[in-house]
Design a protein around this ligand. Structure first.
Ligand code: NAP
Length: 279
């Protein structure tokens, strides 16, 4: 079988990746558009990372998403970087061209922005918990949206400060702040709270904030999508606040990634249903 007729391979590179929902939505879209390709999981341990990148052509891999812990490590292998990759300093989508060269994109922030649009939220004063990979994408998205204020808390204050410095030089129209304690996020004056930490994925995880910090004007957005309702979202629900989990962001980052991979518009409803998000 010649390379041209061989089934193209796409996938998700990370470690671990076994709970990912990405194969479901991408494979549903590929099948619906009758594209001869499969989206797989690439659970690559760190010691195999370089060999994996070197073997993309042989494996017939034409594109892949990147997740923890490789979103930054992949940068040095990229031939070109999108504006978002340059700003955020991380890539979550890579296209492999016919010469085997890699082109990096970051669709996480765009996915977050698109989901806010669909949810009809126009935040002005944002509190962000976390300063890791996902938080970077969210904070640059907030800068792009020109929110008035973005206040960041991370248990690793150096990570938060380094993100703060990058944001400050990139988006002068937004007032950025870093706080040392989660209670200093001053939720009473915020209209959006985003959790961009993994806290809430495990049933034994502590609740990040207390109910007394909540008020009716606060929208609570948890980037976690498994479980679909974290303790944080359950708290928001109990206080009658509006809230969302990370499925919407996951969905839209996947939609943008699919366009990069195939050059085609994916069937949104089919992708949504495959994700279990509902139309
Ligand atoms: P990450 O790079 O490991 O960043 C997580 C950050 O949260 C780290 O800086 C970590 O600090 C900090 N943190 C951990 N526990 C904390 C706590 N109790 N208080 C304050 N900060 C704390 O992870 P990530 O890739 O950004 O992912 C974060 C979450 O977002 C995950 O649940 C992931 O599944 C989700 N996510 C969702 C989407 C989506 O499309 N919905 C996309 C990307 C990620 P340390 O380094 O000190 O641990």
């Amino acid at each position: 079988m010649s390379l041209k007729t061989k089934e193209k391979i796409y996938g998700l590179l990370g470690f671990p990746v076994k709970h990912s929902l990405s194969p479901r939505m991408h494979n549903a879209a590929l099948a619906a558009l009758k594209i001869k390709a499969k989206y797989k999981l690439f659970p690559i341990p760190p010691q195999e990372f370089k060999n994996f990148i070197a073997s993309l052509k042989v494996k017939n891999i034409y594109g892949f998403n990147v997740t923890y812990p490789y979103k930054e490590e992949i940068l040095s292998f990229l031939k070109t970087k999108s504006v978002e990759v340059k700003k955020i300093g991380a890539a979550n989508t890579v296209v492999v061209d016919r010469f085997g060269k890699l082109h990096g994109f970051n669709t996480d922030g765009l996915g977050f922005i698109q989901d806010l649009k669909v949810l009809k939220i126009r935040p002005q004063k944002v509190a962000l918990i976390g300063a890791g990979g996902a938080a970077k994408a969210v904070s640059f998205a907030c800068g792009k949206l020109k929110v008035q204020e973005l206040c960041i808390y991370d248990q690793d204050k150096f990570k938060a400060l380094s993100l703060f410095k990058k944001l400050n030089s990139e988006y002068p129209e937004t007032k950025f702040d870093v706080v040392r304690r989660i209670t200093d996020l001053d939720l009473a004056k915020k209209d959006l709270l985003v959790n961009a930490t993994p806290v809430g994925m495990q049933a034994t995880d502590a609740l990040l904030i207390s109910g007394r910090d909540l008020h009716p004007g606060l929208f609570v957005y948890d980037l976690i999508y498994s479980p679909r309702e974290t303790k944080l979202l359950a708290l928001a629900k109990a206080h009658n606040l509006n809230f969302a989990n990370g499925l919407g962001m996951l969905f839209y980052q996947g939609v943008f990634a699919f366009r990069h991979f195939t050059g085609k518009n994916p069937p949104l409803k089919i992708m949504q249903e495959a994700l279990g998000k509902g139309a």
